[in-house]
Design a protein around this ligand. Structure first.
Ligand code: SF4
Length: 329
């Protein structure tokens, strides 16, 4: 059985007249211990999907239909009290804004002990010992000293390590990390990605890693979902997608990576902007920005096609497959 399964998930934003459709027909699953990335530009719906899975949708967002199950148990029907047990203990979250995650007026140690004792009956002394061990596991030097310090006394990279240590204390089955390294400089970013990958492997924790950066995704995930305008447009094994992207949007994201530009050449950015959910174009929502778009693309919603590399929703791929299937005359 998959660890997490999302089926036909639709998320809307309530409005006086017509609700705005923010996420459309999302389908995917993640296996225990697997690392999955969700990638796309800002506004693609990646963070909203993370929030929908954990029932942390910003108002007036709501799940209009569909299901999210954790080891077969439906999560969309849980009460706020039941969610308190799932959040943290079974599904943990790591965000980009660390100062929002850590309480600035409590020491690191107090926050870690509180996290342990809010979910277990462990006494202070043992909780303190566990916390210091976890700080050492995430390679924080002088962990007993750091235990006494406050968040503002630590660097950004150190704070992110503390968050990972706190998350691991509760032994979750799944971590959802939303752009956790974006605010860090490149070297620290690489160290944190490596750490996150290692702790997920060593603790058997599955990871959903949300990012706008394919370069980062390549380092951490085994499988990738590409999102555009509230929909998944391609999904498959990360390395295969990177080597041979099937959807024109995925191709555009990869071509825009700085390492794809020749020295002195401008970056190959995709022209135009991500549409807002209230102004989603007809047919394939990517058509105004797609260099392969035809008349059909603005009229028909593409279906998913199973290619040798991935599953992708594009009319071009549909046409290729139907040509291949035509008998030779
Ligand atoms: Fe481009 Fe058409 Fe494919 Fe959409 S369906 S990605 S517009 S070719």
């Amino acid at each position: 059985m998959s660890l997490l399964t999302v089926r036909n998930l639709n998320v809307n934003f309530a409005q006086r007249q017509q609700p705005i459709e923010a996420l459309l027909d999302i389908n995917f699953s993640i296996e225990p211990g697997e690392r999955l990335a969700i990638v796309g530009e800002s506004g693609a719906g990646k963070s909203l999907l993370g929030a929908a899975i954990t029932q942390l949708l910003p108002k007036p967002g709501y799940i209009a239909s569909g299901s999210v199950t954790l080891r077969g148990k439906e999560l969309t029907q849980l009460s706020p009290k039941q969610w308190q047990e799932v959040r943290g203990q079974r599904i943990a979250m790591i965000f980009q804004d660390l100062m929002m995650t850590l309480n600035p007026v409590l020491s690191i140690g107090a926050q870690m002990v509180e996290a342990i004792r809010s979910h277990t009956r462990i006494g202070y002394k043992d909780a303190r010992k566990m916390a210091i061990e976890k700080l050492a596991q995430v390679r924080i030097a002088s962990p007993s000293q750091r235990f006494e310090q406050y968040p503002h006394e630590l660097s950004g990279g150190m704070r992110q390590r503390v968050i990972i240590a706190i998350v691991l204390l509760l032994r979750p089955e799944l971590i959802i990390a939303d752009e956790p390294t974006t605010a860090l400089d490149v070297t620290i970013q690489a160290e944190i990605l490596q750490l996150l990958k290692e702790v997920c492997e060593s603790h058997g924790v599955a990871l959903i890693f949300i990012s706008h950066d394919f370069g980062v995704v390549a380092r951490i995930s085994e499988r990738t979902l590409v999102m555009y305008a509230g929909k998944i447009v391609e999904q498959g094994a990360t390395l295969e997608i990177i080597n041979d992207p099937q959807h024109p949007y995925t191709q555009g994201l990869l071509n825009a990576l700085p390492q794809m530009a020749l020295p002195g050449q401008r970056l190959n950015q995709i022209t135009g902007n991500m549409p807002s959910p209230s102004e989603r174009p007809s047919g394939c929502a990517f058509h105004p920005r797609c260099r392969y778009a035809t008349e059909r693309c603005s009229q028909e919603i593409p279906s998913f096609i199973n290619t040798d590399v991935s599953i992708a929703a594009c009319i071009l791929l549909e046409e290729l497959v139907s040509h291949e299937e035509e008998p030779d005359v």
